[in-house]
Design a protein around this ligand. Structure first.
Ligand SMILES: [Zn+2]
Length: 133
């Protein structure tokens, strides 16, 4: 039942946002705030990388999904277009998306009722380091 969600109980106590510090969806390590990322200068996306190898980009408007997905793949694949397109989802890599509030540095996960407009796109190789390196 929607009314039973924990966020709503928090809201009734005067907190309007879920208390989920931005964290990597793969390993749960705390994320640094998005910043300019090597390999994404064409598009100007902000992003970063996690110690577990996941790479992420931030789409502030939430409306550049396709472009952000291409950019995060290229950023994670050393800007090697052919290599990026040779990968198979759920075999070679996994992508996850989280809603993100850059002011609060908080995330919302699927199912949360509070959803910031911005999106974080995460990419992680499932087979270890890029063999092209
Ligand atoms: Zn991680």
């Amino acid at each position: 039942m929607p009314g039973d969600r924990p966020w709503k109980r928090r809201r009734e106590r005067g907190e309007s946002r879920p208390d989920k510090e931005a964290a990597c969806p793969f390993c749960r390590l705390r994320l640094e705030r998005p910043r300019p990322v090597e390999g994404t200068r064409r598009s100007g996306f902000l992003g970063g990388a996690c110690a577990c190898g996941a790479v992420f980009l931030f789409d502030e408007s939430g409306g550049h999904g396709g472009e952000a997905i291409v950019e995060v793949m290229l950023a994670a694949c050393g800007d090697d277009w052919d290599y990026a397109w040779s990968l198979h989802p759920e075999v070679d890599y996994r992508m996850l998306t989280l809603s993100y509030d850059p002011q609060a540095h908080r995330i919302a996960e699927p199912g949360d009722q509070y959803e910031p407009t911005g999106k974080l796109y995460f990419f992680k190789h499932l087979k270890g380091p890029d063999p092209a390196d």
